[in-house]
Ligand binder design. Structure first.
Ligand code: ATP
Ligand code: MG
Length: 225
């Protein structure tokens, strides 16, 4: 009977860090891509589960695909969700992968504390304009925000900005460019996001996936220090 077939689920995620770290979690819930993502140019990847496909999109596009229902579920960085507002999405689960923090950094030797104290106008370059505006606004600081799309580290070196707001994990990229963190903003990790209509209409498929992932995250937490 046709109605015995589970509904098809599309899971959106980005190549690179998120995919690399999501892969073991997916394997733990018995989802294995049917081809090697690094060598494949396909944007829709089938898996060992006939009812589940991976949709490969740009990291900042994941919430858009899920909010519109083009993907039922997705994996998105908290940085992206903060910046986009996360409207029209359930965020039921912190996957605890792609961990880093959002921070303010300047060139080593820049007198950040003094500049802030003087109330001098500060130029801040970032991809995360909304998050940065909220952070500095909450502190009552006036900053001129400069929107960039990549290589934020270059901005203070080239004299485009006094500071940057960017993601930091090991700090090696900052160090290599003679930059230092002067303020932490928020810890970041990747979240499972779900389209609300999919949760209702495809609950029989979405809920077990969510439950299994929640269990896998907890199990991993137990085994990783
Ligand atoms: P691109 O680098 O191709 O311009 P992108 O920056 O959107 O695109 P990634 O660098 O793969 O793509 O980042 C995707 C997500 O991975 C980010 O949204 C963030 O959640 C997470 N991420 C980024 N940088 C780090 C980091 N240094 N450590 C841990 N997670 C990170
Ligand atoms: Mg990047």
């Amino acid at each position: 009977m046709l109605d015995a077939m589970p509904p098809t689920l599309n899971l959106a995620l980005s190549k690179g860090r998120i995919f690399d770290e999501a892969l073991p979690l997916l394997a733990a819930v018995d989802i294995v891509p049917s081809e090697d993502l690094e060598s494949s140019r396909k944007l829709i990847i089938s898996t060992n589960r006939p009812d589940l496909h991976l949709v490969i999109v740009r990291a900042s596009d994941v919430p858009t695909y899920v909010a519109h229902g083009a993907a039922d579920v997705g994996v998105a960085g908290k940085d992206v969700l903060l910046e986009q507002g996360g409207e029209g999405l359930y965020q039921p689960l912190d996957l605890e992968i792609a961990r880093c923090r959002m921070a303010v950094a300047t060139k080593r030797g820049f007198d950040w504390a003094g500049t802030v104290q003087r109330g001098a106008r500060i130029r801040v370059a970032t991809k995360y304009v909304k998050t940065a505006r909220e952070h500095f606004g909450a502190k009552g600081m006036h900053v001129d925000l400069i929107k960039l799309y990549g290589s934020m580290e270059l901005a203070p070196l080239a004299g485009l900005a006094d500071a940057i707001v960017d993601l930091v994990s090991s700090g090696n990229t900052l160090k290599a460019n003679d930059l230092v963190v002067v303020e932490d903003i928020v810890p970041i990790s990747a979240r499972l996001i779900v389209n609300p209509a999919s949760l209702k209409l495809k609950r029989e498929s979405v809920q077990p996936l969510l439950d299994a992932l929640r269990e896998a995250v907890a199990a991993r937490r137990g085994s990783v220090s």
